[in-house]
Design a binder for this molecule. Structure first.
Ligand code: NAP
Length: 483
């Protein structure tokens, strides 16, 4: 193992803190012990919030050039230590080392984009003289930071999804308290290390490790917290939204994304993209392809090409560069996926390939003929399982794609520009990818969903909008009275 000493402390307002109570961080591949992190208490969270009050003032008064410099320095630090970051992501999570390296690259970009966007937080002038009696007013609005942001993050992109909250928060002059997923806290702690090395004033950021069920409520409900930026599952998101009270909430939740393949599509391209979209990161990807609707004329050909490609998938040791797919995040999660697949098969679904579990490993699985009342047909699988459906025509594909409670992203493969535009209009999602799978994303685009997939948008510039408020300024000018 090349990875050097990993910090076992949490980052509380500029101090690395250890606690008597700790949580073991395990490698899901074999349950081996990586390290442990503090199990923070409610009191620790209260201290973090108290410290962040001062941190918010410091952050807001940091000139933009300083924010830019810190964000770029943090990005450079991660770049210089990129292999340590990649190994940490791969070890604690379930990404392969190649996927982990790609996440590190994206995290660097997220921070660099945040640095660029820091200089573009604009307001605009307001023509006050549109109101009768306001002819003597001049003014504008500008955006100011909202204060302290609570960031609660999931396990599946343990570095870049944290950066998607921390980068915009710092760019826009806010303080932030991060509560990372308990199974993958190390990458978030390494992000704090990068900001410490970059010279971010203490108290602007804390990364508090501990169980969401135990320390989450303090963070969510505390009146000093002005925004809860959550990424995770629908169930947790709904609980948090109920509790948060009068504060901003941003909810980046799950999905069971559809992809439509029309008969005029580039078939090899569609197969390659949907296989990758279904099984990337063991299907534990909020944008992962779950439902594929294929026009009847090409259904058999698509299915057989799809299976050929899935057979080539190399499942195994996630630390090897030759591996395509490692374990799921835990055996418990793999057992849940197994249960949902078995339920579908019992109700009449056909298992084309996969369906095998060994510990936390679940083989890439393809199902057809899945009855609509199966859990797997409606809920988010968040595992390496994809459902293939034949459809009579384009309209039925759109209707079925929309017939779920989620709406994050969708894909459609076609060469017919009219149909592409019709899909753009009719698909009820936050993003639609033409000739790509639903899992296409860059870090600078608005990202988020509709329905059960969430509220608000991330993607640096858009997160900055959510993390700032407009303040209106009006000048009453006496000289205007006499004009
Ligand atoms: P999760 O179980 O909802 O947990 C997410 C975070 O919430 C964790 O930090 C968790 O802490 C915390 N949490 C749990 N219960 C809490 C409570 N009562 N109060 C406060 N915090 C609480 O999600 P996950 O299994 O880690 O991640 C998978 C989900 O995230 C999937 O649904 C996926 O689609 C979604 N996701 C969405 C996006 C997006 O951008 N739309 C991106 C990635 C993932 P503990 O770990 O301590 O329980």
């Amino acid at each position: 193992m090349k990875t050097e000493v990993l910090s076992m402390k949490m980052f509380l307002a500029g101090e690395w803190i250890s606690k008597e109570e700790s949580i073991a961080v395990l490698n899901p591949q074999d349950d081996s012990f990586i390290t442990s992190v503090p199990a923070a208490s409610a009191e620790d969270m209260l201290i973090a919030i108290e410290q962040a009050k001062e941190g918010a003032q410091i952050a807001a008064s940091m000139p933009v050039h300083q924010r830019i410099s810190i964000l770029n320095k943090a990005a450079n630090y991660i770049n210089e230590n990129s292999e340590k970051y990649a190994e940490t992501i791969a070890l604690e999570g379930s990404k392969t080392i190649l996927q982990a390296r790609a996440e590190v690259k994206r995290c660097i970009q997220t921070l660099q984009i945040s640095a660029e966007e820091a200089r573009r937080i604009h307001g605009e002038t307001i023509p006050f003289d549109q109101g009768e009696g306001s002819e003597d007013r001049l003014g504008y609005y500008y955006r100011f930071p909202i204060g302290i942001i609570a960031a609660i993050t999931p396990f599946n992109d343990p570095l870049n999804l944290v950066a998607h909250k921390v980068g915009p928060a710092i760019a826009s002059g806010n303080a932030i308290i991060v509560k990372p997923a308990t199974v993958t806290p190390l990458s978030a702690l390494l992000l704090a290390e990068a900001f410490e090395a970059a010279g971010l004033p203490p108290k602007v950021i804390s990364v508090i490790t501990g169980h969401g069920g135990e320390i989450g409520d303090i963070l969510i409900t505390h009146p000093a917290i002005r925004m809860v930026s959550f990424t995770g599952g629908l169930e947790t998101g709904e609980k948090i939204a109920h509790k948060a009270g009068l504060k901003k909430i941003s909810m980046e939740l799950g999905s069971n994304s559809p992809v439509i393949i029309l008969k005029d599509a580039d078939l090899p391209g569609a197969v390659e993209a949907t296989v990758s979209g279904a099984f990337y990161a063991v299907g534990q990807n909020c944008l992962g392809v779950q439902r594929v609707y294929i026009e009847q004329d090409i259904y058999d050909e698509f299915c057989s090409e799809f299976i050929v490609r899935v057979r080539q998938y190399r499942v195994g040791d996630k630390m090897l560069e030759t591996t395509d797919m490692g374990p799921m995040i835990s055996e418990k999660e793999a057992m849940r996926v197994e249960k949902w697949v078995n339920e579908a098969v019992d109700k009449g679904a056909t298992l084309l390939i996969g369906g095998k579990r060994e510990g936390a490993f679940y083989s890439p699985t393809v199902l057809t003929d899945v009855p609509a009342d199966c859990t797997i047909a409606q809920q988010e699988i968040f595992g390496p399982v994809v459902l293939l459906y034949p459809v009579d025509d384009f309209s039925s594909a759109i209707e079925k794609s929309n017939d779920v409670d989620y709406g994050l992203q969708a894909g459609i493969f076609t060469r017919d520009i009219e149909k592409a535009f019709e899909a753009i209009e009719k698909m009820n999602v936050g993003g639609i990818m033409i000739n790509d799978s639903s899992d296409y994303r860059i870090d600078g685009m608005p990202f988020g969903g509709v329905k059960g997939s969430g509220l608000g948008r991330e993607g640096v510039k858009y997160a900055i909008q959510e993390m700032t408020e407009p303040k209106v300024v009006s000048f009453k000018l006496n000289y205007k009275k006499s004009m």
